[in-house]
Design a binder for this molecule. Sequence first.
Ligand code: MCA
Ligand code: AMP
Length: 497
Amino acid sequence: MTGDLYSRFAASFEAHADRIFVEEDARRWTYAEVEAATGRLASRLAALGVLAGERVLAQTDKSVEALIVYFATIRCGAIYLPLNIDYTESEIEYFATDATPVLAVCRETSRTLFGRVAGGRLKVTTVAELFAQLPVEKLPPVPRAPDDIAAILYTSGTTGKPKGAMLTQANLASNGEMLIDFWRFSPEDRLIHALPIFHVHGLFVAVHCVLFSGASIVFLPKFEADKVLALMPQSTVMMGVPTFYIRLLADPAFTREVASHMRLFVSGSAPLSADIHRAFEQRTGHRVLERYGMTETGMLTSNPYDGERRAGFVGPPLPGVELRVAELESGTVLPQGEVGIVEVRGANVFKGYWQMPEKTASEFRPDGYFITGDMGFIDADGYVQLVGREKDLIISGGLNVYPAEVEALLDDRSDVAEAAVIGVPHPDFGEAVVAVVQPIGHFDGDAMRDAMRKDLAAFKVPKTIIALDELPRNTMGKIQKKLLRERYADLFAEASA
Ligand code: MCA
Ligand code: AMP
């Protein structure tokens, strides 16, 4: 059954035609209505040159129509490339040049910007414009092979340029198919969707679980605790990053009764602390189901649906996922219980990085295992615990920030001699980005932060910039980030009191 992703969509559109698929504000779309809009939009896209294998760049506000742009791109046999709405011109310039898309779908306010990036070669449109000119004819789905690319999602790296992870038709179809069984999705489910739709979590995991199972989804533009709480008594599932659960717990209106109709709360993208896990159970009687995944691999491990959902653990590997722990340098597989680098293999693992064969090769072992960059161990019951990251990565509110990118921007400034960017514990975001700089001349951290917003998405901008006369270094002259992390570990502790 798995293979061509659109065939999987089509099977659900047909099987559940009259059921509600998605709700947004007062508007409800049945499966048949979404299918019809998808087919007609695909005709429109094809007329704009969106042919099999071409890339469609999307930087759009969250809406059902924006989701249909994704479905229609897949129906055209083309490759969907979603971008964080927060990305700035210099970030977009890179993606638009690297991915050579044939079409960009953007916000009305970003038209001019998209018109000038990539040498002005891009065709630019908006969701509203596309939907204002829908042809009557539906484009028949363009068949694709399982190994053809369905989507490219960019992830930054410890060094160098962001990499476009190529996810195939089979990667996405197989991961979704497996998850609906594992998490017991059925047409009776109604999922609260407060995540963005430009990441694997909100786009593929949440949307495919609903679509593949004939369930329904309620679209919220973003996470707002009161809106989520209002939906809970008529809903059954929520997927979120730990910040969602932290914010729900901070709201006294979140009670056992409000949560009583829900059957499943899933958490991922960042570590859910054992304290939050326990506080959640105490408040609601539900144990959050924590799972672990990556853009490059989709979902990898999950705590069980029926068995013990263990606080602080991400659970055993999901069906079809081979997972092992190895020594980083040698690749030697380590015995159970020992901490090492987590490596994975399976139908869910991506095809490689767009036009980066060497980078791709360096992140796989010769026997096909992908090196995740996460450190962890497998316990005696087969549960995986992640204990840290080998990659220099900060995860803030479920969003990845690579210090190297922020440091490069600071180092380029004439008023900064050198910068070190670290993640420190934060009560709301889990980790917060903090920059420690050695300034040249007058120092104004707020002005520096403001200036950075031009080049950097808001979530990557340091929450604070600290000035030091000298950055701590080891005998080799390397900045001691560990020491800085320790020194500033309590920077945001106050806010949680
Ligand atoms: C917003 N800001 C942030 C973040 N989000 N800063 C740091 N980290 C963030 N995550 C900035 C805003 O621009 C604003 O800055 C200030 O922080 C306060 O914003 P706030 O109103 O609190 O933000 P929000 O709009 O409520 O958003 C917080 C959020 C959101 C709900 C946690 O970031 C979110 O939905 N995160 C989920 C991301 C996600 O889907 N991750 C999955 C990717 P200023 O005031 O200075 O402008 S990982 C993935 O897909 C893998 C496969 C996986 O395993 O799931
Ligand atoms: P991304 O590149 O945005 O897909 O982020 C993937 C990374 O998020 C993984 O490599 C992990 O470091 C992290 N991650 C995802 N889920 C979890 C989790 N449940 N616990 C800890 N880290 C997680």
